[in-house]
Ligand binder design. Structure first.
Ligand code: NAP
Length: 255
Protein backbone atom coordinates (compact mmCIF):
# COMPACT_ATOMS: atom_id res chain seq x y z
CA UNK A 1 0.00 0.00 0.00
CA UNK A 2 2.75 2.46 0.93
CA UNK A 3 4.50 1.88 -2.37
CA UNK A 4 1.29 2.68 -4.27
CA UNK A 5 0.69 5.86 -2.24
CA UNK A 6 3.91 7.51 -3.34
CA UNK A 7 4.23 5.82 -6.72
CA UNK A 8 4.78 8.17 -9.68
CA UNK A 9 5.68 5.52 -12.25
CA UNK A 10 4.12 6.40 -15.60
CA UNK A 11 2.78 9.76 -14.33
CA UNK A 12 3.70 12.87 -16.27
CA UNK A 13 4.84 15.96 -14.38
CA UNK A 14 5.57 19.36 -15.92
CA UNK A 15 7.97 21.57 -13.98
CA UNK A 16 8.14 25.15 -15.25
CA UNK A 17 11.56 26.64 -14.64
CA UNK A 18 13.00 23.13 -14.52
CA UNK A 19 16.22 24.22 -16.18
CA UNK A 20 18.13 25.21 -13.05
CA UNK A 21 17.96 25.89 -9.31
CA UNK A 22 15.07 24.41 -7.35
CA UNK A 23 13.25 23.32 -10.53
CA UNK A 24 16.23 21.26 -11.71
CA UNK A 25 16.44 19.54 -8.31
CA UNK A 26 12.71 18.80 -8.55
CA UNK A 27 12.69 17.28 -12.05
CA UNK A 28 15.64 15.04 -11.21
CA UNK A 29 13.98 13.81 -8.01
CA UNK A 30 10.64 13.20 -9.74
CA UNK A 31 12.40 11.24 -12.46
CA UNK A 32 14.22 9.16 -9.84
CA UNK A 33 10.85 7.94 -8.53
CA UNK A 34 9.65 7.00 -12.00
CA UNK A 35 7.76 10.05 -13.33
CA UNK A 36 7.98 11.23 -16.92
CA UNK A 37 9.15 14.81 -16.54
CA UNK A 38 8.87 17.90 -18.71
CA UNK A 39 11.66 20.43 -18.23
CA UNK A 40 10.35 23.78 -19.43
CA UNK A 41 11.89 27.25 -19.48
CA UNK A 42 13.06 29.98 -21.86
CA UNK A 43 16.58 28.57 -22.20
CA UNK A 44 15.90 25.43 -24.25
CA UNK A 45 19.58 24.46 -24.41
CA UNK A 46 19.80 24.39 -20.64
CA UNK A 47 16.53 22.35 -20.52
CA UNK A 48 18.05 19.87 -22.99
CA UNK A 49 21.15 19.52 -20.79
CA UNK A 50 18.94 18.63 -17.82
CA UNK A 51 17.01 16.14 -19.98
CA UNK A 52 20.26 14.51 -21.13
CA UNK A 53 21.41 14.04 -17.58
CA UNK A 54 18.04 12.51 -16.63
CA UNK A 55 18.15 10.16 -19.65
CA UNK A 56 21.69 9.09 -18.76
CA UNK A 57 20.21 7.87 -15.48
CA UNK A 58 17.47 5.93 -17.28
CA UNK A 59 14.64 8.45 -16.93
CA UNK A 60 12.06 9.76 -19.43
CA UNK A 61 12.20 13.51 -19.95
CA UNK A 62 11.26 16.13 -22.51
CA UNK A 63 12.66 19.65 -22.93
CA UNK A 64 10.21 22.36 -23.97
CA UNK A 65 10.86 26.03 -24.60
CA UNK A 66 8.46 28.05 -22.46
CA UNK A 67 7.93 31.68 -21.57
CA UNK A 68 5.29 31.79 -18.83
CA UNK A 69 4.65 35.42 -19.74
CA UNK A 70 2.97 34.23 -22.95
CA UNK A 71 -0.42 32.52 -23.09
CA UNK A 72 0.46 31.01 -26.47
CA UNK A 73 3.69 29.56 -25.09
CA UNK A 74 1.87 27.98 -22.13
CA UNK A 75 -0.70 26.39 -24.47
CA UNK A 76 2.06 25.14 -26.76
CA UNK A 77 3.85 23.52 -23.80
CA UNK A 78 0.68 21.61 -22.92
CA UNK A 79 0.14 20.47 -26.51
CA UNK A 80 3.76 19.29 -26.89
CA UNK A 81 3.53 17.39 -23.61
CA UNK A 82 0.30 15.67 -24.67
CA UNK A 83 1.76 14.82 -28.10
CA UNK A 84 4.81 13.25 -26.45
CA UNK A 85 3.54 11.62 -23.25
CA UNK A 86 -0.23 11.43 -23.95
CA UNK A 87 -1.32 12.76 -20.57
CA UNK A 88 -0.51 15.33 -17.87
CA UNK A 89 -0.91 14.37 -14.21
CA UNK A 90 0.86 17.21 -12.40
CA UNK A 91 1.86 20.80 -13.15
CA UNK A 92 4.47 22.40 -10.89
CA UNK A 93 4.39 26.18 -11.32
CA UNK A 94 7.97 26.79 -10.25
CA UNK A 95 9.19 29.44 -12.75
CA UNK A 96 9.76 32.64 -10.83
CA UNK A 97 11.92 35.72 -10.64
CA UNK A 98 13.22 38.12 -8.03
CA UNK A 99 15.16 40.41 -10.36
CA UNK A 100 16.02 43.29 -8.00
CA UNK A 101 16.06 44.41 -4.40
CA UNK A 102 14.43 47.69 -3.61
CA UNK A 103 12.82 49.63 -0.80
CA UNK A 104 9.10 49.67 -1.50
CA UNK A 105 8.96 53.48 -1.98
CA UNK A 106 11.61 53.23 -4.71
CA UNK A 107 10.07 50.32 -6.61
CA UNK A 108 9.10 51.32 -10.14
CA UNK A 109 5.75 50.34 -11.71
CA UNK A 110 7.71 48.50 -14.45
CA UNK A 111 9.44 46.39 -11.75
CA UNK A 112 6.09 45.57 -10.17
CA UNK A 113 4.67 44.54 -13.56
CA UNK A 114 7.70 42.38 -14.40
CA UNK A 115 7.48 40.37 -11.17
CA UNK A 116 3.70 39.97 -11.26
CA UNK A 117 3.78 38.95 -14.92
CA UNK A 118 6.01 35.94 -14.24
CA UNK A 119 5.32 34.94 -10.63
CA UNK A 120 1.54 35.36 -10.61
CA UNK A 121 0.12 35.78 -14.11
CA UNK A 122 2.54 33.12 -15.46
CA UNK A 123 1.31 30.57 -12.91
CA UNK A 124 -2.31 31.35 -13.78
CA UNK A 125 -1.65 31.02 -17.54
CA UNK A 126 0.02 27.62 -17.10
CA UNK A 127 -2.78 26.40 -14.80
CA UNK A 128 -5.38 27.54 -17.33
CA UNK A 129 -3.44 25.85 -20.12
CA UNK A 130 -3.49 22.43 -18.37
CA UNK A 131 -7.05 22.84 -17.08
CA UNK A 132 -8.90 21.64 -20.18
CA UNK A 133 -7.01 18.33 -20.15
CA UNK A 134 -7.27 17.85 -16.36
CA UNK A 135 -10.96 18.79 -16.30
CA UNK A 136 -11.77 16.40 -19.13
CA UNK A 137 -10.09 13.44 -17.40
CA UNK A 138 -11.34 14.56 -13.99
CA UNK A 139 -7.99 14.34 -12.29
CA UNK A 140 -4.86 16.36 -11.83
CA UNK A 141 -2.60 18.13 -9.38
CA UNK A 142 -1.16 21.62 -9.48
CA UNK A 143 1.59 22.76 -7.14
CA UNK A 144 2.51 26.43 -6.96
CA UNK A 145 5.92 27.40 -5.62
CA UNK A 146 5.29 30.36 -3.35
CA UNK A 147 7.71 31.67 -0.71
CA UNK A 148 8.04 32.03 3.03
CA UNK A 149 8.10 35.79 2.36
CA UNK A 150 4.35 35.45 1.73
CA UNK A 151 3.89 34.97 5.47
CA UNK A 152 6.20 37.62 6.87
CA UNK A 153 7.58 40.75 5.16
CA UNK A 154 11.26 40.57 4.21
CA UNK A 155 13.37 43.70 3.65
CA UNK A 156 14.08 44.63 0.02
CA UNK A 157 11.84 42.10 -1.72
CA UNK A 158 8.44 43.57 -0.96
CA UNK A 159 6.88 43.23 -4.41
CA UNK A 160 8.22 39.69 -4.78
CA UNK A 161 6.58 38.85 -1.42
CA UNK A 162 3.30 40.37 -2.60
CA UNK A 163 3.40 38.23 -5.76
CA UNK A 164 4.02 35.08 -3.69
CA UNK A 165 1.19 35.98 -1.28
CA UNK A 166 -1.18 36.41 -4.22
CA UNK A 167 -0.03 33.01 -5.48
CA UNK A 168 -1.31 31.46 -2.24
CA UNK A 169 -4.72 33.08 -2.84
CA UNK A 170 -4.62 31.81 -6.44
CA UNK A 171 -3.92 28.34 -5.01
CA UNK A 172 -7.01 28.54 -2.78
CA UNK A 173 -9.17 29.91 -5.60
CA UNK A 174 -8.16 27.17 -8.05
CA UNK A 175 -8.62 24.53 -5.33
CA UNK A 176 -12.08 25.91 -4.57
CA UNK A 177 -13.21 26.10 -8.20
CA UNK A 178 -11.59 22.93 -9.53
CA UNK A 179 -12.20 20.57 -6.60
CA UNK A 180 -15.31 19.36 -8.39
CA UNK A 181 -13.06 18.13 -11.21
CA UNK A 182 -10.89 16.19 -8.76
CA UNK A 183 -8.00 18.61 -9.27
CA UNK A 184 -5.90 19.20 -6.14
CA UNK A 185 -4.13 22.55 -5.96
CA UNK A 186 -1.54 23.25 -3.26
CA UNK A 187 1.49 25.46 -2.65
CA UNK A 188 4.96 24.90 -1.32
CA UNK A 189 6.48 27.97 0.33
CA UNK A 190 10.27 27.63 0.63
CA UNK A 191 12.30 29.80 2.93
CA UNK A 192 15.72 31.07 1.99
CA UNK A 193 17.30 28.19 0.06
CA UNK A 194 20.91 27.70 -1.00
CA UNK A 195 20.01 27.99 -4.71
CA UNK A 196 18.68 30.09 -7.52
CA UNK A 197 16.99 33.41 -6.87
CA UNK A 198 18.67 33.52 -3.47
CA UNK A 199 22.03 33.95 -5.23
CA UNK A 200 20.94 37.39 -6.43
CA UNK A 201 20.10 38.64 -2.97
CA UNK A 202 22.41 41.27 -1.52
CA UNK A 203 22.88 41.74 2.20
CA UNK A 204 20.84 44.92 2.04
CA UNK A 205 20.01 46.56 5.35
CA UNK A 206 20.76 43.45 7.43
CA UNK A 207 18.76 41.13 5.14
CA UNK A 208 20.52 37.89 6.13
CA UNK A 209 20.66 38.65 9.85
CA UNK A 210 16.98 39.52 9.78
CA UNK A 211 16.05 36.18 8.16
CA UNK A 212 18.32 33.98 10.26
CA UNK A 213 17.29 35.76 13.45
CA UNK A 214 13.67 34.73 12.91
CA UNK A 215 14.40 31.20 11.63
CA UNK A 216 14.10 28.76 14.56
CA UNK A 217 16.32 26.19 12.85
CA UNK A 218 18.93 28.96 12.47
CA UNK A 219 20.09 28.16 8.94
CA UNK A 220 19.10 28.43 5.29
CA UNK A 221 17.60 25.44 3.49
CA UNK A 222 18.77 23.11 0.75
CA UNK A 223 16.74 22.59 -2.42
CA UNK A 224 16.72 18.85 -1.67
CA UNK A 225 14.79 19.57 1.54
CA UNK A 226 11.74 20.44 -0.60
CA UNK A 227 11.57 17.01 -2.19
CA UNK A 228 9.71 15.07 0.54
CA UNK A 229 6.80 17.53 0.42
CA UNK A 230 6.91 17.64 -3.37
CA UNK A 231 6.51 13.83 -3.51
CA UNK A 232 3.62 14.02 -1.03
CA UNK A 233 1.79 16.65 -3.10
CA UNK A 234 2.44 15.02 -6.49
CA UNK A 235 1.40 11.51 -5.43
CA UNK A 236 -1.83 9.76 -4.37
CA UNK A 237 -0.72 10.24 -0.76
CA UNK A 238 -2.19 13.77 -0.94
CA UNK A 239 -5.52 12.83 -2.55
CA UNK A 240 -7.55 14.61 0.19
CA UNK A 241 -5.26 17.66 0.53
CA UNK A 242 -6.16 20.79 -1.44
CA UNK A 243 -5.92 24.57 -1.06
CA UNK A 244 -3.01 24.20 1.39
CA UNK A 245 0.37 25.87 1.59
CA UNK A 246 3.20 23.98 3.23
CA UNK A 247 6.02 26.19 4.50
CA UNK A 248 9.47 24.63 4.23
CA UNK A 249 11.44 27.39 5.83
CA UNK A 250 12.97 26.26 9.11
CA UNK A 251 9.98 27.85 10.84
CA UNK A 252 10.70 31.41 9.62
CA UNK A 253 7.17 32.09 8.37
CA UNK A 254 5.43 31.00 11.54
CA UNK A 255 7.61 32.24 14.41
N1 NAP B 1 15.87 30.04 -3.91
C1 NAP B 1 15.12 30.46 -2.92
O1 NAP B 1 15.62 30.80 -1.83
C2 NAP B 1 13.63 30.52 -3.05
C3 NAP B 1 12.88 30.79 -1.90
C4 NAP B 1 11.50 30.85 -2.00
C5 NAP B 1 10.87 30.64 -3.22
N2 NAP B 1 11.63 30.39 -4.32
C6 NAP B 1 10.92 30.18 -5.58
O2 NAP B 1 11.34 28.96 -6.16
C7 NAP B 1 11.20 29.04 -7.58
C8 NAP B 1 12.52 28.63 -8.24
O3 NAP B 1 13.49 29.56 -7.82
P1 NAP B 1 15.06 29.30 -7.94
O4 NAP B 1 15.63 29.81 -6.68
O5 NAP B 1 15.34 27.92 -8.34
O6 NAP B 1 15.40 30.35 -9.09
P2 NAP B 1 16.31 30.25 -10.41
O7 NAP B 1 17.48 29.38 -10.21
O8 NAP B 1 16.51 31.66 -10.82
O9 NAP B 1 15.35 29.52 -11.44
C9 NAP B 1 14.25 30.16 -11.97
C10 NAP B 1 13.70 29.29 -13.06
O10 NAP B 1 12.58 29.96 -13.63
C11 NAP B 1 12.77 29.99 -15.05
N3 NAP B 1 12.10 31.18 -15.59
C12 NAP B 1 12.31 32.47 -15.27
N4 NAP B 1 11.53 33.26 -16.03
C13 NAP B 1 10.82 32.43 -16.82
C14 NAP B 1 9.85 32.63 -17.83
N5 NAP B 1 9.45 33.87 -18.21
N6 NAP B 1 9.31 31.56 -18.44
C15 NAP B 1 9.70 30.30 -18.10
N7 NAP B 1 10.62 30.04 -17.18
C16 NAP B 1 11.17 31.10 -16.55
C17 NAP B 1 14.28 30.00 -15.25
O11 NAP B 1 14.67 29.48 -16.51
P3 NAP B 1 15.00 30.38 -17.81
O12 NAP B 1 15.84 31.52 -17.36
O13 NAP B 1 15.67 29.43 -18.74
O14 NAP B 1 13.67 30.82 -18.35
C18 NAP B 1 14.71 29.04 -14.17
O15 NAP B 1 14.60 27.71 -14.61
C19 NAP B 1 10.79 30.48 -7.90
O16 NAP B 1 9.41 30.56 -8.07
C20 NAP B 1 11.22 31.23 -6.65
O17 NAP B 1 10.49 32.41 -6.46
C21 NAP B 1 13.00 30.31 -4.27
Amino acid sequence: MLEKLFNLKGKTVIVTGGSRGIGETMVKALSEVGANVVVASRNIERCKDVVSSIEENGGNALAIELDVGSEESAKEMVQQTLDHFGSIDVLVNNAGISPFMSAIEKTKPSGFDKIMNINLRGALLCAQAVSEHMISKKSGKIINISSSSAAVPVKGIGVYAVSKTALIQLTKTLAFEWGKYNINVNSIAPGFMDAGVADLVQDLDGFFDDILHRTPLGRTGKATELIGTLLLLTSDASSYITGQTIFIDGGAGNC
